[in-house]
Design a protein around this ligand. Structure first.
Ligand code: MLT
Ligand code: ZN
Length: 453
């Protein structure tokens, strides 16, 4: 346990969200087992103490911040890969297993766990399930929910529940597993996961399209989508994002990159060259200034390292980085990119846009070097974020494609969802946690108080 006065306690009051303040808990309990997690949740219900579940603390929306004080229940020490079964194509893992560690372990056996959040070197699988994390490969393979077959969850009060299956298919009963995934630790604490694996694709190749600007790159992505091309990754990064990683990147981005489209294909090794040529030719026709292929593992690794460096580099360069993960229908990607430019022009706030454009999922970063603690600055940044949200919703999109709602987006939920929809979600939460002690104040805004005359 990390208790009051411990030098590490404050760490449990922070995550990767853009909030300047931190929320130290009264203590953090780093559990080693399901029984310990159950004991914490039993005692906390008995004593009416709020509990905030936490994985690796890599969340970007404040979902793991103990805003009501009380206890942080961390699963970071539950790191065992209990089983990798190549016949059943499943792995059974504890929630603290780092996503990249699981990927390497299954790849050593010729298997594949596709979800690849950018933070895969340090985020954990329990947190990925809690937020239903995505990543570049979601374009072809889907998000975390599609890979969680079964769960062990401890509920507030200490009851342990096993739900789901380890079969490839299954429609027995209601889908409680899907119901728990993405609830950001508000329904229960995940203590074990059965994840679906695939055979590892025998070959993969990466193609980089260089475009004059993000409008041209966005138009090319729309064109590729209309063609029905299905690479495993279809990403965009605008000039600002590319310029941020240039000095650090082992991959030398061409000087004329006003925006890039990053594509990756996988499958039969004999088909790679043909597929790359086809994609390269289409990129040319769709206005690419240049198309480069990275087939050597070292080049591909360097390119991906650079892609994963975008967000940390922006964070290092700006004192304020409000990073959104809005998602628009695929037909509206070009329009959304234009509207982000408009928000930047209207507010004077610098932006950088990158992310999973093939899914319509754009990381719109609002950037400034003002004092993050200044309320006026904060108001200005979030007012700009609200404009981005308004455009997203006007285009038929959604506030969060993969990071979750947590704390930072909770009060914008009404922009997208009706009071009726919110109310059903509150009732659902109350079924699992009637005392509202498990990660209170997250995900869903409180009921609007009714004013009496
Ligand atoms: C990414 O795709 O890089 C992340 O989801 C966004 C981020 O780390 O800012
Ligand atoms: Zn992302």
């Amino acid at each position: 346990m990390i208790g009051p006065g411990h030098e590490r306690l404050d760490d449990y009051g922070r995550d990767e969200s853009p909030l300047p303040e931190f929320f130290p808990p009264e203590c953090a309990v780093l559990v080693d087992s399901v029984d310990q997690a159950a004991a914490v949740l039993r005692i906390c219900l008995e004593r009416k103490v709020p509990v905030t579940p936490r994985g690796a603390g890599s969340g970007m929306c404040g979902g793991a911040l103990p805003i009501a004080g009380g206890v942080v229940l961390s699963t970071e020490r539950m790191k065992t890969i209990k089983e990798i079964d190549a016949a059943d194509l499943v792995a059974v893992v504890e929630p603290g297993v780092v996503t990249g560690v699981l990927q390497t372990a299954v790849e050593e056996q010729g298997l594949f766990y596709p979800p690849d959040p950018a933070s895969l070197e340090f985020c954990s699988i329990g947190g990925n399930a809690a937020t239903n994390a995505g990543g570049p490969r979601a374009f072809k393979y889907g998000v975390t929910r599609e890979y969680i077959l079964g769960l062990q969850v401890v509920l507030m009060g200490g009851e342990t529940l096993r739900c789901g299956r380890r079969t490839a298919k299954g429609v027995t009963g209601y889908d409680l597993v899907a119901g728990f995934v993405g609830t950001e630790g508000t329904f229960g604490v995940i203590t074990e996961l059965v994840v679906k694996l695939l055979p590892n694709p025998p070959a993969a190749a990466t193609v980089l399209g260089i475009f004059k600007d993000s409008a041209a790159a966005g138009a090319a992505i729309s064109g590729l989508l209309r063609d029905g091309l299905r690479p495993r990754v279809l990403e965009i990064a605008d000039k600002h994002s590319v310029d941020m990683v240039r000095p650090k990147s082992r991959y030398r981005f061409p000087d004329n990159a006003g925006a890039i489209v990053l594509l990756e294909i996988d499958g039969d090794p004999d088909m790679m060259a043909m597929q790359m040529e086809k994609i390269g030719m289409r990129c040319d026709e769709l206005g690419a200034l240049d198309v480069l292929a990275a087939t050597e593992p070292a080049d591909r690794r360097a390119l991906w390292e650079a892609r994963r460096l975008i967000s940390p580099s922006l964070k290092a360069a700006y004192r304020i980085k409000v990073n959104e993960d809005v998602c628009v229908p695929r037909g509206r990607i070009v329009e959304m990119l234009a509207r982000v430019d408009r928000v930047s022009a209207e507010t004077g706030i610098a932006t950088a846009v990158f992310g999973h454009a093939g899914d319509g999922n754009l990381h719109v970063n609002l950037l400034a070097n003002d004092d993050p603690a200044d309320p006026a600055v904060r108001k200005r940044m979030w007012a700009a974020a609200e404009r981005v949200f308004a455009h997203t919703i006007e285009l038929g999109g959604t506030l969060s494609g993969e990071h979750g709602i947590g704390l930072t987006k909770r009060d914008y939920m009404r922009m997208e969802q009706s009071e009726q929809v919110l109310e059903w979600q509150r009732r659902w939460k109350a079924m699992w946690d009637p005392a509202n002690l498990l990660n209170p104040g997250k995900k869903i805004p409180a009921r609007t108080p009714v004013c009496s005359e």
